[in-house]
Design a protein around this ligand. Structure first.
Ligand code: PLP
Length: 267
């Protein structure tokens, strides 16, 4: 028996906090084999992204196709796309795989603020890629930016309407006593997952969450349960995050499970 397989399509982060390196660490920690197709090479440290170069879309898809033709991929997870051309090429390519769930973390900027999206990406992502997406995992600012509406409920409804079957908005309004993550389907909130706020800034929390959801789906876990488990996993990895450089903390994807269990039981 081999582990379930997720294909992660995204950018490389040399610090291994975010990007495909984060995806591989998360998937490995959850017992899932991760394959990759690289969209972009970023130059970054724990503080910010300095610059990036994009892989030509045809080359990225060649990587993905080689994997799909050989290995039984259960779920496709997409992170940094970089350009409208990459989003459009990927949307076309996904036509071949209507039965494979797709998790999209709509990466628009690095944690340090540098944009990771060239002009036109938002529009193409919405109009071409969103209809192919099983679950979209924006944080609150990304959801507002993508939908271009002022509040999260309208943003979720808008993103559902434009094709994302499920929308998980993380981070809530930022001014609530606890962190509120909301899952929407058909424009309606299906579930709210409440977590404690954590004190640091973390590098790659969104990548960790989206990969953990992909891992759950690849194991055959039902979507709402996969979201719950992925949020728990991410929270635990962030609780035990560690500083490495001058900037954001790094999630500990191979965290001590017992310690987390205790923390959980104490609420
Ligand atoms: N993917 C790449 C290649 C990145 O460099 C980043 C951020 O720097 C991200 C994704 C998004 O990271 P996060 O999970 O912190 O949103």
């Amino acid at each position: 028996m081999h582990p379930p397989v997720v294909l992660s399509i995204g950018g490389s982060d040399p610090s291994a906090g975010a990007g495909i390196q984060a995806d591989l660490l998360t998937l490995a920690s959850l017992g899932v084999h991760g394959c990759t197709a690289i969209t972009a090479l970023t130059v970054q440290d724990s503080v910010n992204v300095q610059c990036f170069s994009l892989v030509p879309p045809a080359e990225c898809l060649q990587q993905a196709q080689a994997i799909m033709d050989d290995i039984p991929v259960r779920v496709i997870k997409i992170g940094m796309l970089g350009s409208a051309q990459m989003a459009a090429a990927l949307a076309d390519w996904l036509e071949q795989y209507p039965d494979i769930p797709v998790v999209l973390d709509p990466v628009m900027a690095a944690g340090g603020g540098t944009s990771l999206a060239l002009a036109g990406l938002r529009e193409t992502l919405i109009h071409e890629l969103l209809p192919k997406i099983t679950i979209l995992t924006p944080n609150a600012p990304e959801a507002l930016l993508l939908a271009a509406v002022p509040d999260l409920e309208s943003a979720a409804a808008w993103l559902n309407q434009h094709g994302a079957t499920w929308v998980l908005i993380t981070g809530g309004h930022g001014d609530t006593p606890e962190l509120e993550n909301r899952l929407y389907h058909h424009g309606r909130q299906q579930q709210m997952y409440v977590q404690q706020w954590l004190p640091q800034h973390y590098h790659g929390s969104g990548c960790t969450l989206a990969s953990a959801i992909a891992a759950g789906l690849a194991k055959g876990i039902e979507l709402q349960q996969a979201v719950q488990e992925a949020l728990d996993f991410t929270h635990a990895a962030l609780r035990q995050a560690y500083p490495l450089g001058r900037g954001q903390y790094f999630p500990r994807r191979f965290y001590q499970r017992e310690a987390t269990q205790d923390a959980h039981e104490q609420g």
